[in-house]
Write a protein that binds this ligand. Sequence first.
Ligand SMILES: C[S@@+](CC[C@H](N)C(=O)[O-])C[C@H]1O[C@@H](n2cnc3c(N)ncnc32)[C@H](O)[C@@H]1O
Length: 284
Amino acid sequence: MQDPKKYENNKSGAEEAVRVFLPKLFQTMKWSGSENVLDYGSGAGSAGFNYILPEVHNCDSKMYSVDVSIKMFEFAKKNYSHERITYGVGDVLDNTFPFEDVKFDKIFALHVLHFVRDIRTMLSGFHKILKPNGQFGFTTLTCNAWIFRSLKELSESENWSPYMKDYSKYFPSWLDFPKGREQQDIRELFQSSGFHVVHLEFLRDRDYQFENINTNTFLEICAACNPCSNNIPANLNQAFKEDLRKLLTGYAGIPTNSKRINFKHDYIWGVIEKGKEQDINSNL
Ligand SMILES: C[S@@+](CC[C@H](N)C(=O)[O-])C[C@H]1O[C@@H](n2cnc3c(N)ncnc32)[C@H](O)[C@@H]1O
C-alpha cells in the first residue's frame, strides 16, 4: 500500500476492526513494564498512535513502528511522531529490518499478514527479533476476501493483465485454507515455525457495512490495496475502479449501482508466543 492519505481517509472498516480486536489482543497478552513493542506494517501511523501507544504509555514502554513503504513511513513520522515512538522503514522478509539490535517483547501486525507472500520467512524473522517468550499479536483477512479475489480476477482479465502481471506474487495464497480446517491449519503453521499458540480465533462471515461505495470508503480502499496500482495509467484509473465495483457488488449480490455494501469477510486474530529454542522446527 503506497498512498497514506488515501488509506487514512478511507480506512473506516479497518479502524473499526482495530477498535474491536486490539483490546482483545491486549487482554490476551502478558504485560509487564519497560517493554519494547513493535508495530509492524504500521502504515500511515494512526492505528499505532491512537490505539497501541496508550497501552505502551501505561506500561512505561517504548514503541517501534516499521513499514516497508517509504511513503507510509514518511507520512507516519510527520503526522504521528511521539517521544515514545521510533519510526523505521524496512522488511523482515529481505533483511532490511531497521532495528536489528533491538529485541522485542511484543510485535503487533494489524491487517498486514494478508499482504505477506512468504509467511514462513516472516515468522522466522519475527522469531529472531522477539525475546524468549515474546508474543506476536495479529489480525488478518483470509485470501477469500472479496478484495483479493477481485484483484486476482482483474489481474487475469484481458483489460488489466498488462498492468497487473505481478499480482500473482502478491495474492496471499498461504491464507487459503480448506473450509473447516482454518484454525487447525494456521495453528500447525505457527507451531511448526517455533511458536506456541496462546489464542487463535477464526470468524466466518464477519460483516461491516460501508455506507457509501463511491465516496470515502470501500471502492477507494480496495483500489488502494492494489499493489500494481502504479502501473495503471492515470486516465484508466476510473475504468479500473468501475470494473472493481462490478466484481465487488457481484460478490455482495447487489446491483452495481448500489450505494451501500455489506462487506462480509472471514477474519482471523490471535496471539502466539516464541517457544524455547529447541521447539523450532528444523525447516526454518
Ligand atoms: C492495511 S495497512 C495497515 C496499517 C496499520 N497496521 C493499520 O492497521 O492501520 C498494511 C501495511 O502493511 C505494510 N506492509 C505490507 N507488507 C509488509 C512487509 N513485508 N513488511 C512491512 N510492512 C509491510 C504496507 O505497506 C501497509 O502500510
